[in-house]
Design a protein around this ligand. Structure first.
Ligand code: AMP
Ligand code: MG
Length: 409
C-alpha cells in the first residue's frame, strides 16, 4: 500500500500520473450498428468497396460523349434512352448520341460528361447543346468519397450518427465495440440529506450524486448508485467494497479535504491504494485517486462546483482512456471577456462563463459569484473560462480562453 502525503501538484502532473496508471477495459462485443450507437469502436474499419461504387451523375440532365461537345455553334445529339437511379441504361452511347440521366444514376458506357437539363433544347428524340461545357462535368467518380481498402474508422472512435451512416453506406451491419464502462458512486457526509427525506437542522440536500449521475449518464456509462452513506467507518468501508465489486470505476465526493482526509485514507489503505493530492486548480483543490480491488477510484471534492470542475478536467480524460476512447481535445476558443474577473496568481482557474453574441462577435461574460459552493453558477454558465496559473485579475475587454461545456463529453 502506498500513500503519498498531500502535496501541491499541477493539473498536468496529476493528469499524467492518472492516465499512466489506467489500462483500458478489454472486453469487446459484436453489435448491430444501431445497437452500437454511443459505443467505442474496438476494431479498425476498412472499406470493402468504393464509394461511389460506379460513375454517376451529379445532376438531372443528359449524359454525352465529351468528343461530341461543340467548340463553336451548336450540336444536335440523338436521344437513345434513359439511365434512372437504380435502373441503369443497358446500352452504349455512340457518336452523336446521348442518354437522359437522373441524379445518382449510372453514367452509361460511352458517355463521360453530363449536360444539365436547363442547358439543352429538346425536341422529340434529339437535344441541341451549345458551347461552354467542360469534358467530364457533373460526373461523380468511382471512389471519390472512399476508396476500397481505405481505413475509414479507427479503434477508439465514439460511434455517433455520422459513423452509423458511414458504416451503413459501406454495407457493414455489425461492428466490434468495447463493453460499456460500469461506474458506482455514493456520497458521504453526516450533513447530507437524501432527496425525498425531510431536511433536519444543519443538513443540506445531497446534490453531488445527481451531478455525478448526469455527467456519467451523458457518457453512456452503466450506473450503480449506492446512495448517501453515513460517516461511519464500517458503513463507508462496506460501501467502498460493494462499489469496487460492481464497477470498473468508483466515484465519491467530499471527505477528501484536510479535516476528513485521514478517514478516507485509512479506509482506502485497508482496501487498496490511494493518493491524496492537492491540485493547483480552482475550484477543486483536494482530489483522491487510487484503486480499490480491480476498480479505479476518484474521490472528488465535496463542494458542488469543485466536484463538477474536477470531474470534467481530471476524471473525464481518465474515463475516456478507461472506456477505450481516443484521447479528446475539448474545443478551446480565445474570446473577448466583457467582465472583469478577479483572480490571484498561483492556480489554474476554471471560472464559469456565459457565451454570448455582441455586434456579431462571440464574446464571454462571467456568471458573477464564482464560489465553489454556488452550484447555480454551473447551471447559468455554458462554458469554463480557463485562466492560467500565473494569470492575475482579468480586466474587462481582455481576451480569455474559453471551453464550451458542450465540448466536454
Ligand atoms: P467536504 O469535502 O466533505 O469537507 O465537503 C466540502 C463541502 O461540500 C461542504 O460544504 C459539504 O457540505 C459539501 N458537500 C459534500 N458532499 C456533498 C454532496 N454530496 N452534495 C452537496 N454538497 C456536498
Ligand atoms: Mg464531509
Amino acid at each position: 500500500m502506498n500513500q503519498s502525503p498531500p502535496s501541491l501538484m499541477s493539473l498536468e502532473q496529476a493528469l499524467e500520473q492518472i492516465l499512466n496508471s489506467i489500462a483500458p477495459i478489454e472486453d469487446v462485443e459484436t453489435l448491430g450498428i444501431m445497437d452500437a450507437f454511443g459505443r467505442i469502436l474496438a476494431e479498425s474499419i476498412h472499406s470493402p468497396l468504393n464509394v461511389p461504387p460506379y460513375q454517376n451523375s451529379a445532376m438531372d440532365g443528359y449524359a454525352v460523349r465529351s468528343a461530341d461537345l461543340p467548340t463553336s455553334g451548336e450540336t444536335t445529339l440523338e436521344l437513345i434512352g434513359t439511365s434512372w437511379a437504380g435502373t441503369p441504361f443497358a446500352g452504349e452511347a455512340g457518336e452523336k448520341q446521348c442518354v437522359r440521366i437522373m441524379t445518382g444514376a449510372k453514367i452509361p458506357a460511352g458517355a463521360d460528361t453530363v449536360i444539365m437539363q436547363e442547358d439543352v433544347q429538346k425536341n422529340d428524340q434529339h437535344i441541341t447543346i451549345g458551347v461552354g461545357h467542360k469534358a467530364g462535368q457533373h460526373v461523380r467518380h468511382i471512389g471519390e468519397d472512399i476508396r476500397e481498402g481505405e481505413e475509414v474508422l479507427q479503434p477508439g472512435k465514439l460511434l455517433k450518427a455520422a459513423e452509423l451512416g458511414l458504416l451503413a453506406s459501406l454495407g457493414i451491419a455489425e461492428v466490434q465495440v468495447r463493453r460499456p464502462l460500469k461506474a458506482a458512486f455514493f456520497s458521504t457526509g453526516d450533513e447530507l440529506c437524501a432527496v425525498g427525506e425531510p431536511l433536519e437542522e444543519g443538513q443540506i440536500y445531497d446534490s453531488n450524486r445527481y451531478t455525478i449521475f448526469g455527467m456519467l449518464k451523458g457518457l453512456g456509462v452503466e450506473i450503480h448508485d449506492l446512495g448517501v452513506i453515513r460517516d461511519q467507518r464500517e458503513d463507508v468501508e462496506a460501501a467502498f467494497t460493494r462499489a469496487a465489486e460492481l464497477a470498473d470505476i468508483v466515484f465519491t465526493s467530499g471527505g477528501v479535504s484536510v479535516g476528513d482526509a485521514d478517514f478516507v485514507k485509512q479506509t482506502l489503505e485497508k482496501l487498496g491504494t490511494v493518493n491524496l493530492w492537492k491540485i493547483a486548480m480552482k475550484p477543486g483543490k483536494p482530489l483522491a485517486f487510487g484503486r480499490i480491488g480491480k476498480a479505479y477510484f476518484f474521490g472528488l471534492p465535496g463542494n458542488p462546483v469543485s466536484a463538477m470542475a474536477t470531474f470534467y478536467q481530471v476524471a473525464l480524460p481518465a474515463l475516456h482512456k478507461l472506456m477505450g476512447q481516443t484521447a479528446q481535445t475539448p474545443l478551446r476558443l480565445k474570446l473577448r471577456c466583457l467582465d472583469r474577473l478577479k483572480k490571484r496568481p498561483g492556480r489554474i482557474d476554471f471560472q464559469r462563463g456565459i457565451l454570448d453574441y455582441e455586434d456579431g462577435e462571440l464574446v464571454v461574460r462571467g456568471v458573477g459569484a464564482q464560489g465553489s459552493h454556488i452550484l447555480s453558477s454551473m447551471s447559468r454558465a455554458n462554458c469554463f473560462i480557463i485562466l492560467p496559473a500565473e494569470q492575475g485579475t482579468v480586466e474587462a475587454g481582455s481576451r480569455v480562453e474559453v471551453q464550451p461545456f458542450s465540448s466536454l463529453m
